[in-house]
Design a protein around this ligand. Structure first.
Ligand code: ZN
Length: 419
């Protein structure tokens, strides 16, 4: 797939995936279109050699894999579906001072200042009881600017540009209405009706998040950049998804996108949970074959990397400072916050250099803390040789992040170059 088509599809995927649930649903649709067969964890699996399959957990994590005859050496790509955001509390309605606003928790570690004065909508999963006394789930996306977190005017806060802090309980409740008769249950039923769900006896629970309605777009003099919410890590989800959709079933490849990376990965659908291991054990029932597959496979853990910021260059180690549009970034950390080692790096470098695709190196400054990824978790839990790579990004965890036009497509080509 050429770069323009690749990036056009990326913009559409970003806009259609305001939550991990929507990202998982959209990836599932892509897998269906590419001939993957859906598996259900609660049913018996009868895998056929030469088949392509996918399976989801909690509607928010997905694994897709090819299943060639007596395959070992899988190329695996790992990523995460979740991004930092503002998540609605179960009883969110606050009515005070002539305004209806909604109480939120922060999910993960969002940069909070950029969330002010943005046009916000709501999306996520709702569970309800229908007239047959069945509990059902549906994904909703209001797709409309419903709320906003207005800044406090500088006249009322003359230190705003010097020492502004954000209190997560009191300062960031999005403002919804001036109409005092707002009822949250009625609002949810209205949203369900908009999604053609009319048989609703009672709404039980919901997991809804705010998102910025501004669409993903090209930006810059020569469209150098791609600006969007959730580039961390939907960018890597998109690369992994298209990679596995581009190979035929004779090529051993697996793609996983897990939820809950931004909050530590410890959940049924997170990378510290059992989803990948459970799936691999069902693919390789014989333990000896399973271990041969594990020890001949490579996990490419793909998550965004901090590009050197031209206004804050001192935040990087100058010998390990990636640039936007200069290629995929290999991430190294002596303390195993990243899982790359010289063997896995060499395998990646070898493919990239054969294809003439550029790569860069990232190491955090030694006097600063280092983030982590699902890479070390997967390496630890399963014993798969792992490499941490990422695409250079500015403003990670902002409501609008910035990446390059060239880098994601380059990583896609390198992944396809693995034999
Ligand atoms: Zn990430």
């Amino acid at each position: 797939m050429n770069k323009n088509d690749f990036n056009e599809g990326l913009l559409g995927f970003l806009d259609a995936s305001p939550t991990p649930f929507h990202a998982t649903q959209n990836m599932s649709m892509m897998f269906e279109n590419a001939g993957f067969i859906k598996l259900h964890e609660e049913s018996k699996w009868e895998l056929e050699e030469g088949g392509k399959y996918y399976v989801t957990r909690n509607d928010s994590s997905v694994i897709a894999f090819t299943y060639p005859k007596s395959a070992k050496n899988y190329t695996m790509i790992g990523s995460h579906t979740d991004s930092p955001n503002l998540k609605l509390k179960p009883n969110p309605v606050i009515k005070e001072h002539g305004i209806v606003k909604l109480g939120v928790e922060t999910y993960g570690s969002p940069l909070l200042n950029p969330w002010f004065d943005r046009d916000l909508s709501l999306a996520g999963r709702v569970s309800y009881l229908n007239s047959n006394s069945e509990i059902k789930e549906v994904l909703i996306d209001a797709k409309k600017a419903l709320a906003i977190i207005p800044s406090l005017a500088i006249h009322l806060d003359d230190k705003a540009n010097k020492e502004r802090t954000v209190n997560m309980q009191t300062d960031i409740s999005p403002v919804l209405s001036t109409s005092g008769d707002f009822e949250f249950d009625e609002f949810l039923k209205w949203q369900l009706a908009r999604h053609d769900v009319l048989d609703v006896k009672e709404v039980y629970a919901s997991e809804l998040s705010f998102y910025d309605v501004q669409k993903a777009s090209y930006l810059g003099l020569n469209d150098d950049f791609i600006a969007s919410a959730r580039l961390d890590n939907l960018l890597s989800c998109y690369v992994g998804m298209l990679s596995i959709c581009s190979v035929d079933a004779s090529r051993p490849m697996l793609f996983i996108a897990s939820d809950h990376e931004e909050v530590g990965s410890e959940s049924t659908s997170g990378a510290s949970g059992s989803f990948l291991e459970n799936t691999l054990r069902r693919m390789f029932v014989d333990y000896d074959e399973y271990m041969q597959m594990i020890r001949t496979s490579l996990m490419i853990s793909a998550d965004n990397a901090h590009a050197i910021h031209p206004n804050f260059p001192a935040k990087h180690d100058s010998n390990h400072a990636p640039h936007i549009n200069k290629g995929s970034v290999v991430k190294v950390n002596a303390n195993q916050r990243y899982a790359s080692n010289s063997k896995t790096i060499s395998r990646f470098m070898n493919v990239a250099s054969e294809l003439d695709e550029p790569i860069q190196q990232f190491v955090t400054r030694s006097d600063m803390g280092c983030g982590s990824t699902i890479g070390p978790l997967t390496a630890t839990r399963l014993g798969i040789d792992t490499l941490d790579v990422g695409l250079p990004t500015f403003a990670m965890h902002s409501v609008r992040e910035l990446a390059g036009r060239d880098d994601a497509h380059s990583l896609y080509k390198i992944i396809l170059g693995f034999k």
